[in-house]
Each structure stands twice: as C-alpha cells, then as structure tokens.
Design a protein around this ligand. Structure first.
Ligand code: PEP
Length: 251
C-alpha cells in the first residue's frame, strides 16, 4: 500500500466560531463519500467548537502551528499537547506564512515537528521555494535545505507528512505546472529516501491555489498524495470538490 492520500484545509486567520462550525458541519456531511482522508485546520479560537462538531467522525482536526515547548511562559502560543488535548490529530508547521511573517527558520520548524511527535500528532511540514529562488535555478537546493533542516531525525511516514508549497503559488491563483509539481515531488521523495531510507512511504501533498478545477490533474501526477488547501477550503463545496478528485481510498 502506498502513501495515504490527504486533503487538508488550512483556514488561516479566517472565521468566527459560528461560521467555523457551519463549515465543519458541511464538510462532515460530505465526508463519507470521499476517497481521501480529510482534515480541517481552523484558527485556534475555533478548535474546541469544531472538535465538538467533528466528534469521532471521519474528518481529522488539525492545528495551524504549535510551540516547541509543552508548557511555560510563552504568551499567546499553543503547545502541541494542547492541540492533542482539544482533539487534534495533526498540526501544520513551517507554513511559508509563518516562515515569512514570523521569521521561522528550519531549526524552529524542526523543533515544532518534534513537539508534534512528542504529543502524538502528525506533523505536516511545509517546504517550498520563492519565485526568485525558482528563477535562480535554486529550487532543488532550497527544498533539500528545508527538508534536512526541518524534518526531525527518526521521522516516520506514519507521523510525518510533507507539504510542497511553492511560495509563489500560495493564494495567488498561480499553480505549479504538472512538470514543475512532479519534478519537485520526485526530488522531495528522493531526499526523504536519503534521509530516512523510506521515502516511498511518505505522503507528499501539493499546496498552492488548489481548486476543484485543477485538483484532478494535480492528483494524477506521480508522487502527489493529496493537497494542502488554503482559500478553497473556506467553501465546503469547493473543498469537497477537491476531495472528490482524489483517486484513492483512505488507507
Ligand atoms: C496554503 O495556505 O497552504 C495554501 C496552499 O493556500 P491557497 O490554497 O490559498 O493557495
């Protein structure tokens, strides 16, 4: 059996509790027909309420970020243990908006991924090049550096998902071409193989302006095991439309 297929919604800093619950309810209603593992990552303020909506159903709950430490004097932060406590099964770390807006570097992203593992969560580790880096021919080098810096030693495919998110494709409407996405996913998998000896087992998701209209083509690419979805995950019809393009059943 190959890597598990996921479609993960990252709601970012959008939505109040009532709207978050309505969106989660709509996604949950469409989940039974989906050939993929769905997950929703609401803002921290809505996690508890969305957890109550999702219950023990087929849609996983996720955090958008976590602190490396379990507890302590870290005002405004949320630990991986707190996410697990509220019902999360995964957490996104190293999203490019965290890397850019909060100056997060690979060693911090790795510490967050380690925290996720410590708390029993799946770490969704984001990597991706900027447009300038791609145009300078540095995509492979950037991805290798981010992977080697951000993925914890001993990471396993059951507890670690990689999201390839070219920064120039996030929220821009620009999507990597099939050739660009397939090449990047292949490179990430070979790097993971060098690092862990089990690259073929890891789920590698594509992220960057995924919509129902482009999901079928993306999911058909070799090495693309699903999507991390921003904008389109704020609309249940769009999100479920992306999920409907999944070619495989949940593992
Ligand atoms: C994201 O935030 O991870 C993302 C891929 O956003 P969007 O789908 O809006 O490009």
């Amino acid at each position: 059996m190959g890597p598990q297929h996921y479609v993960i919604g990252n709601w970012k800093m959008n939505g109040l509790v009532a709207g978050a619950c309505a969106l989660a309810r709509a996604v949950l209603a469409g989940a039974p027909g989906c050939a993929t593992q769905l997950a929703l990552c609401p803002p921290a303020t809505s996690l508890g309420a969305v957890a109550a909506v999702l219950g023990r159903g087929p849609v996983m709950l996720g955090g958008q970020d976590c602190h490396p430490k379990a507890t302590g004097a870290h005002t405004g932060d949320v630990s991986a243990e707190m996410l697990a406590d509220v019902g999360c099964g995964l957490v996104v770390v190293g999203h490019s908006e965290r890397r850019t807006n909060h100056g997060e570097r690979d060693d911090l992203v790795r510490a967050k991924a380690e925290a996720a593992h410590r708390a029993g969560l799946v770490a969704v580790i984001c990597v991706g090049e900027t447009l300038a880096e791609r145009e300078a021919g540095r995509t492979r080098e950037i991805l290798a550096t981010q992977l080697r810096g951000s993925v914890p030693a001993g990471a396993t495919a059951t507890r670690t998902i990689i999201a390839y998110e070219p920064v120039w494709a996030i929220g821009t409407g620009k999507v990597a071409t099939p050739a660009q996405a397939a090449e990047a996913h292949g490179w990430i998998r070979s790097e993971l193989d060098g690092m862990t000896g089990a690259g073929g087992a890891f789920s590698i998701l594509y992220g960057g302006s995924v919509k129902p209209e482009n999901a079928t083509d993306l999911f058909a690419l070799p090495g693309v095991d699903g999507a991390l979805v921003g904008g389109a995950s704020l609309d249940a019809t769009q999100f479920l439309g992306i999920a409907a393009a999944a070619p495989r059943r949940r593992a």
